[in-house]
Write a protein that binds this ligand. Structure first.
Ligand SMILES: [Zn+2]
Length: 253
């Protein structure tokens, strides 16, 4: 497979722009505001075009709004940079392929979930529907109708499975054990990975969130844990290391 340096660089910049748009959508959509990309949340000042360039504008303004000097989180800068990197890596590792497309789509959805779940404790339905449709569409294009149908059923099965887990959890702990957003996100896992690997990625995601849960309870922080980012990281890991995980599973079962 021939890897072209220009494509790597181009994809990095495409990733920066797409990641930037994803961050903005995840920040603004839950607020249901009319003004979208080009307005400061704090002072409502309209940004000029050069104040909206990914990474560059952040550095130029030293991480604050140029009008009201409100600090912008460095987290967004890092997320944006990573989205560029992951677009390039997707191409370096997979070339132009189904896997490359999935890594790119997962990157964008992960960016949105990191932003919206940490900031507002929501996973946007619009984002889940959009990316689910895209994943299913690419399954149909690359693997045909049968795979599309299997993926669709896998997602629905995981959805029902998680509803049952929530029902049991609610009865056992007498409180809401799983957020609705997390259950809908699990359905997306089913579309991407099928039933077996989805369950593994959900388990890995829960393990990743575990240290935070321990930290919160030890330091008596009475805050909800945004579960979505951890689940999404689990999904990412399982997708990237799918082959070793599959061979490991075939040894055990
Ligand atoms: Zn401002």
């Amino acid at each position: 497979m021939l890897i072209d340096v220009y494509t790597i660089v181009l994809l990095f910049f495409v990733g920066l722009i797409a990641g930037y748009v994803s961050i903005i959508v995840a920040l603004k959509l839950p607020l249901k505001k009319k003004e979208y990309i080009n307005v400061c949340d704090n002072c409502n000042h309209k940004y000029k075009w050069y104040e909206l360039i990914p990474l560059f504008s952040f550095l130029m303004n030293r991480g604050v709004c140029p009008y009201c000097k409100t600090k912008l989180s460095i987290g967004y800068f890092i997320l944006n940079f990573i989205s560029g990197l992951l677009f390039s890596f997707a191409y370096i590792f997979y070339g132009f392929s189904y896997e490359m497309i999935v890594v790119i789509l997962l990157t964008l959805l992960a960016v949105m979930i990191y932003v919206s779940d940490f900031k507002y404790y929501v996973i946007l339905d619009e984002a889940l529907i959009f990316f689910s449709l895209l994943i299913l569409l690419f399954k149909a294009i690359f693997f045909g109708f049968k795979t599309f149908l299997i993926s669709l059923c896998s997602g629905l099965l995981i959805f029902v499975f998680m509803l049952i887990i929530r029902f049991i959890g609610n009865k056992a702990f007498k409180q809401d054990s799983l957020g609705g957003g997390d259950i809908k996100l699990s359905m997306f896992f089913g579309f991407v990975l099928g039933v077996r690997l989805s369950i593994i990625s959900l388990v890995i995601g829960s393990f990743l969130a575990f240290p935070i849960a321990v930290y919160y309870s030890l330091s008596k922080i009475d805050k909800e844990i945004p579960f979505g980012p951890f689940l999404m990281t689990g999904l990412f890991l399982v997708f990237v290391f799918m082959e070793p995980i599959k061979s490991f599973l075939s040894i055990i079962f």
